[in-house]
Design a protein around this ligand. Structure first.
Ligand code: ADP
Length: 790
């Protein structure tokens, strides 16, 4: 073997005779290093021989594909590259692996031998290079494009760009770029055959440009195809997984089973014709849908609803009137008028079953038994009871439902209630119908009208169901605190039954017979384990609750039962008796003192009566005067009407100053301040007129009014007393507060015919129509008696 030669040592020293090896699938360029595999016997012989000489071979591209025959000189191109073998290794199957380095271009002058391998006389083909601006520009263009090609070709390392940039020689740059890019063999050979560097640059420029276009286009197509494929594939893939999981769980045909179940449900539901059609249609759609789609859930929810409604299921009415009466009396004390009305209703139904009864509306303050009366009616009739609160409902859709096209749509509250009650004829209570609002979302009261109208409600259209539901068998009962805020059209549909509230005596009876036994049971106490004396119950009512109804009373009784239960559970006592003096141990100090007595002992303070949705209430009016000049200040959250009353009262006093024995010029040097305490509660209405006037007279004459007096009434400038509203509630409130004398407008006398009989025995009633009579009564005992007799 000869001395190893380095490429540098032999470059430019092309021998005249060179063994030639044909190439079939690549073009070798000067200075480029390439691996090659040799397998033809003649080529192997060539390598063997040159290895022991100068290790140089000329490589030339063949036009033809390789055959088993040795290559012929006619198949070869005229230009090739001389190379030096850097490394040789014998591989398996008689092949040889070579690593060769290109040296320089040559042209073949003539072939000197063909066997055992080709040998040719060659001449070097030197680069013709006149570097100018154009070559520079072409070079940087080629470099730029080449860089992009590398970026778009993940298989080619970035270092190639760095390497290309270090090449100063434009000819070599062309050779390197051409050997790397993916051009056709002919094109590469063409580059090899161009000696003029500028021409070569131009050719390469075209090649890289073309190559880049191809790459870009390829990339674009690739992303598009990938995008389309990804989406479909992902869905497909997930579906397959789902299927596999289901099969694994043994639920393979779940959807089919489900559809069959729905079919059975529809069959069993005994739907009316219209609903049946809608259900079948939805089932058809369901069968065609994929179970994992959102649509499927929508359709199956609808089927659940439509098949679970009690279309034809109701409870038989108990029309045994005696029994019904017994049940109503069992559940409630008093409320005779309401109970009688319910019995009448049942009697008419018994005689004429198809009759459409009126809608009853129980109106009254909270805790007066409206809800529990409704429940009791259901029990008496043997019907189901369902209650919804309409307080704050502003959206028509809450009554009528959302259309199915809405996401998460559901039927309205009426249909929901019907489904929950499981009966098509429940007693359906619509609580707080006076608190239904309306805004941009539609008017719920118009939907309610349809619900409550017997002429329409046999085919109530819920938006979600989209088929009519018959509500005509339902017994609707509504409740309200105030009647004024109920839309007139709705109010017309209803028969109002007023529940006023209870007197303390009634409350004691209800507590003993209903509330205490109920709370006792609720707290797990036996009847001999707890008892409250009458005095204790009375104290709870007067000292801890001030209400028309029974809510707080029941709550306080519950608190006492809790306390007693704790004592018994801790074995501190076997039984608990709660006496007057024990109440504070359970409920804390007395909360409500009789303000009436303490506050009215100064001139300028008078008690009025106010009406609120929670029943009647006492209303203090205080007036004071100070040095000043005709000022009238009013505080305590008073509305305009109340302010007007005060001004009217003042004017009346000024014009009747002499009669009232008040200095006529009193207002010249005075400022007057009227205050109505409990400032957090807004107050308005004309009914405080008499009270304001009396307070001012009391202030200006420095006389206090008689003890335990309250009054209500509107005044005019001429001193008339006009009637006011809510008198019954006010009377009850006055009675609760221990008022002994009441002054009321004469015109309101007729409103009091059905107040509890006990009240007139405990309160002195005075009905007046003139302001001066009010004053006489308020300040003078003697006159009071006199007027009372007339
Ligand atoms: P409302 O619906 O009017 O606010 P509720 O029906 O909730 O009042 O009544 C409050 C409590 O008072 C309930 O526990 C009820 O049973 C009881 N109650 C009300 N009135 C009576 C009555 N006349 N007899 C017996 N208990 C009553």
């Amino acid at each position: 073997m000869t001395q190893p030669t380095s490429p540098e040592a032999v470059t430019g020293k092309l021998p005249e005779r060179l063994p030639i090896m044909p190439l079939f699938d690549s073009v070798l360029f000067p200075k480029m290093v390439s691996p090659l595999v040799v397998m033809q016997p003649d080529a192997i012989k060539l390598v063997d021989e040159t290895m022991s000489r100068d290790r140089m071979i000329g490589f030339v591209l063949s036009h033809k594909k390789p055959t088993s025959q040795p290559a012929s000189k006619d198949d070869l191109h005229p230009v090739g590259t001389s190379t030096l073998i850097l490394k040789m290794a014998k591989g398996q199957d008689n092949t040889i692996q070579l690593l060769v380095q290109g040296l320089e271009r040559f042209t073949i002058k003539e072939y000197l031998a063909e066997k055992p391998y080709l040998v040719a006389r060659v001449a070097p083909m030197r680069d013709v290079d006149k570097t100018d601006k154009e070559t520079q520009a072409l070079m940087s263009n080629v470099l730029g494009l080449f860089e992009q090609i590398i970026q778009l070709s993940p298989g080619l390392p970035q270092e190639m760009v760095t390497m290309a940039k270090t090449l100063n020689d434009p000819g070599t740059l062309c050779d390197m770029v051409t050997s790397i890019i993916n051009a056709k063999l002919d094109e590469k050979q063409e580059v090899l055959e161009i000696a003029d560097v500028k021409k070569r640059l131009k050719k390469v420029n075209k090649l890289v440009n073309y190559q880049l276009e191809i790459l870009k286009l390829g990339n674009k197509i690739q992303t598009q195809v990938k995008g389309d494929l990804d989406k479909n594939q992902r869905e497909y893939y997930l579906r397959q997984q789902l299927k596999a999981i289901r099969e694994e769980l043994g639920e393979g045909d779940q959807d089919k089973v489900e559809i069959e179940e729905y079919r059975k449900k529809i069959e069993a539901a005994d739907l009316p014709e219209e609903a049946r059609k809608e259900a079948d249609r939805e089932l058809d759609r369901l069968a065609r849908m994929h179970p994992s789609s959102a649509e499927y859930t929508v359709a199956s929810t609808y089927l659940d609803w439509i098949t679970s409604l009690p279309w034809h299921t109701g409870t038989p009415d108990n029309l045994d009137i005696k029994k019904a009466e017994k049940i109503l009396n069992e559940d409630h004390f008093g409320l005779d008028k309401a109970k009688r009305r319910v019995i009448e209703y049942l009697a008419v139904r018994k005689l004429k079953p198809e009759s459409k009864g009126p809608i009853l509306c129980f109106a009254g303050p909270p805790g007066t038994g409206k809800t529990s009366l409704g429940r009791s009616i259901a029990r008496a009739l043997g019907r189901k009871f369902y209650r919804i609160s309409l307080g704050g409902v502003r959206d028509e859709a809450e009554i009528r439902g959302h259309r199915r096209t809405y996401v998460g749509a559901l039927p309205g509250r009426i249909i929901q209630g019907i489904r929950r009650s499981g009966s098509n004829n429940p007693v359906f209570m619509l609580d707080e119908i006076d608190k239904v609002g309306s805004d941009f979302r539609g008017d719920p009261s118009s939907a309610l009208l349809e619900v409550l109208d017997p002429e329409q409600n046999f085919s109530f259209a819920d938006h979600y169901l989209d088929v009519a539901f018959d509500l005509s068998q339902v017994m609707f009962i509504t409740t309200a605190n105030i009647l004024d805020t109920i839309p007139p059209a709705l109010r017309d549909r209803m028969e109002v039954l007023q529940l006023l509230g209870y007197t303390p005596d009634e409350k004691i009876r209800i507590a003993n017979h209903f509330l205490i036994p109920r709370q006792r049971k609720a707290h797990g106490l036996k009847s001999d384990q707890i008892s409250l004396t009458r005095g204790a119950v009375k104290l709870i009512i007067s000292g801890y609750t001030r209400e028309a109804g029974l809510r707080n009373l029941e709550r306080e009784i519950a608190a006492i039962c809790r306390g007693a239960a704790t004592k018994i559970a801790m074995e501190e006592a076997a039984a608990v008796v709660v006496k007057v003096n024990d109440v504070h141990k359970y409920l804390g100090p007395v909360r409500i003192t009789s303000e009436a007595k303490t506050r009215v002992s100064t001139p300028g303070v008078v008690m009025g009566l106010a009406w609120t949705p929670a029943g009647g209430e006492l209303l203090f009016i205080e007036a004071t005067a100070m040095k000043g000049k005709k000022g009238l200040t009013m505080t305590g959250q008073l509305g305009d009407v109340m302010k007007e009353s005060a001004t009217t009262a003042l004017s009346f006093i000024r014009s009747h100053a002499a009669d009232l024995k008040i200095d006529e010029d009193f207002f010249e040097n005075l400022d007057i301040h009227i205050h109505v305490p409990a400032g957090a509660i807004p107050k308005d209405g004309p009914s405080a007129g008499v009270t304001m006037l009396t307070a001012l007279v009391s202030l200006l004459t420095a006389k206090t009014v008689i003890k335990d007096l309250a009054m209500t009434g509107e005044i005019t400038l001429r001193g008339q007393v006009l009637p006011v509203g809510g008198v019954k509630e006010k009377v009850l409130a006055a009675h609760r507060a221990g008022i002994k004398t009441l002054i009321l407008p004469k015109w309101n006398e007729k409103d009091l015919h059905d107040i509890p009989k006990k009240i007139p025995k405990e309160i002195d009633f005075h009905f007046v129509d003139k302001m001066l009579d009010v004053l006489k009564l308020a300040f003078n005992e003697k006159n009071r008696r006199q007027i009372n007799k007339t």
